[in-house]
Design a binder for this molecule. Structure first.
Ligand SMILES: C[S@@+](CC[C@H](N)C(=O)[O-])C[C@H]1O[C@@H](n2cnc3c(N)ncnc32)[C@H](O)[C@@H]1O
Length: 202
């Protein structure tokens, strides 16, 4: 990432988390390429008796929609403000089987093989830690933003997240880390976004 793209992500997520969590439902976009709804893919792999972990949950807006698919849903996020907003969102919901914790994905404070399903949408994760807390035969699903995501807008402004980084760099990094570990005991689904925004209305 070039110097002008450098962002202090901790400050950024705390600031945005306090304002809106990670709720962009007011932004109306028409986009190309994305053919799935990530959390519906997660829900399809959950049983009612499962324990689900959502890494980098933000304000929990998206994962809360599938809370009824599992016995227990745990959402973790490094940002204190995101977790504060997630707990506010939880308070407005009818879900009694959800807990949110401020926690770094690098050091997940749960025992080995605690979760049947683990999801991670647009957040960092650490393959070794994911595999440690995932049950044998469990599912890990992640969707990450590719370097080509919204490339038309990044080209127009000459900057943006991962602008100038070769396509699939991030995916290759994660796949390499996961492959060694994941093949041993779990099922894995990695999806990468390559949206081109056609229209944007706020
Ligand atoms: C782009 S937001 C995505 C939020 C949510 N997953 C969604 O898709 O709506 C990324 C979130 O990941 C969190 N995050 C980034 N690195 C993390 C880490 N190492 N451990 C836990 N959370 C992290 C950020 O604080 C932020 O809330």
């Amino acid at each position: 990432m070039g110097a002008k793209n450098k962002i202090d992500y901790k400050k950024f997520y705390d600031r945005v988390g306090k304002l809106i969590g990670w709720d962009f439902s007011q932004v109306k976009v028409t986009s190309e390429e994305e053919k799935w709804d990530f959390y519906q893919e997660v829900a399809k792999r959950c049983r009612k008796s499962d324990v689900l972990l959502d890494i980098g949950t933000g304000g929990g807006e998206r994962v809360l929609k599938i809370a009824s698919s599992v016995l227990l849903l745990i959402g973790i996020d490094k940002s204190q403000e995101m977790i504060r907003t997630a707990n506010k969102n939880l308070g407005k919901s009818q879900d009694f089987n959800v807990r949110f914790f401020q926690m770094d994905a690098k050091d997940i404070l749960f025992p080995n093989e605690f979760f049947n399903v683990i999801s991670c949408r647009h957040s960092s994760f650490y393959p070794k830690e994911v595999m440690r807390v995932l049950t044998e035969g469990g599912f890990f699903l992640t969707q990450q933003v590719s370097e080509m995501d919204k490339i038309n807008i990044k080209r127009a402004f000459g900057r943006g997240q991962e602008f100038g980084v070769k396509d699939e760099t991030g995916k290759r990094h994660y796949v390499k880390g996961l492959k060694r570990l994941a093949l041993l005991k779990s099922r894995l689904l990695i999806m990468t976004l390559k949206n081109t925004i056609k229209q944007l209305k706020i």
